[in-house]
Design a protein around this ligand. Structure first.
Ligand code: ZN
Length: 297
């Protein structure tokens, strides 16, 4: 085995064995990201736990509705690009029919990994046969957007904000490229090119968010909506969400996402070739500092 494809050995220190919490009651499964110390940054430990939680909710006939939430002050600050639990170079039992990424050379490593843990998983979650509600408070940044967007409905608190700053890494948006479907094209360009925060209220104006409520009412609002859905017929709910997802795909959502995923990986590869870093020389600290500078628009 050449050095090039020797798996990189990286120390990983998980702060929890439960990166995702699961509970179900009264027809509703609550799937909660549980890395509040790191603003629910998504490592593979978390994405695989999320996938297992969706599997569990799908398998349980008593579950009619799925809520996706984030523990703590923020929904999700995005993909893990710098916590002690960052596990990019760790192998997991795959959820799709894909090979292990860790021994792959060059750009193939990230390409294989992101097909699995980002694009592949988000598409699976978007298509689960039960209605899903994202309950969003605080930051919903980059990879956080992907988790909110795969849900059928989004309820946000007034303090929630949305942001995709990855253009600063030289990347044209996160892996699940739904920006120009979630927002009108010119607004999507502004969102991506400037990378500024978008308030929940502004997102509501574009239909990206279904409801905006005060922070203290967020839980009750989602509970009410989930109870309403849980009382409806299972198959009817599945067919209804599929109908709209199908229309989105006919409008090109899936094919556009495939095309942009490849641009995304061209950008990762270009950064790696020219700077020796697939994130355009950025890390968690520099991104966090930059995100704050580009505060509320
Ligand atoms: Zn990526």
């Amino acid at each position: 085995m050449s050095d090039l494809i020797e798996p990189r050995k990286v120390d990983i220190e998980y702060e929890t064995d439960e990166p995702v919490l699961y509970r179900s009651a009264d027809g509703v499964a609550w799937i909660t990201m549980n890395r509040p110390k790191f603003h629910n940054a998504q490592n593979s430990q978390m994405t695989y736990a999320l996938d297992a939680a969706f599997r569990r909710a799908v398998d349980d006939d008593a579950v009619r509705v799925i809520v996706l939430a984030g523990n703590g002050k923020h929904f999700s600050a995005g993909h893990d690009i710098g916590t002690p639990g960052r596990d990019v170079h760790k192998s997991f039992e795959r959820a799709q029919l894909l090979p292990d990424h860790t021994n792959k050379p060059g750009a193939e490593l990230l390409y294989t990994r992101e097909q699995e843990v980002y694009l592949g998983m988000c598409r699976r979650w978007r298509d689960v046969p039960k209605p899903t509600i994202a309950m969003v408070q605080g930051a919903c940044i980059a990879g956080g957007l992907m988790l909110a967007w795969v849900c059928d409905l989004i309820v946000a608190s007034e303090d929630a904000f949305f942001q995709d700053p990855v253009q600063r890494m030289g990347i044209p948006g996160v892996e699940y490229f739904a920006h120009a479907f979630e927002l009108p094209p010119r607004v999507a360009k502004e969102f991506l090119l400037l990378g500024e925060r978008m308030s929940a209220q502004r997102a509501y104006g574009f239909g990206m968010v279904n409801r905006v409520v005060p922070r203290e009412q967020l839980q009750a609002e989602v509970e009410g909506m989930a109870a309403n859905l849980a009382a409806k017929g299972r198959l009817g709910l599945w067919l209804t969400k599929q109908a709209v997802n199908h229309v989105e795909d006919l409008r090109g959502k899936r094919t556009a996402m495939d095309a942009v995923f490849h641009m995304h990986h061209f950008a990762h590869a270009q950064s790696d070739l020219t700077q020796g870093n697939p994130l355009g020389g950025q890390d968690a600290r520099s991104m966090a500092a930059g995100n704050k500078q580009q505060g509320d628009a």
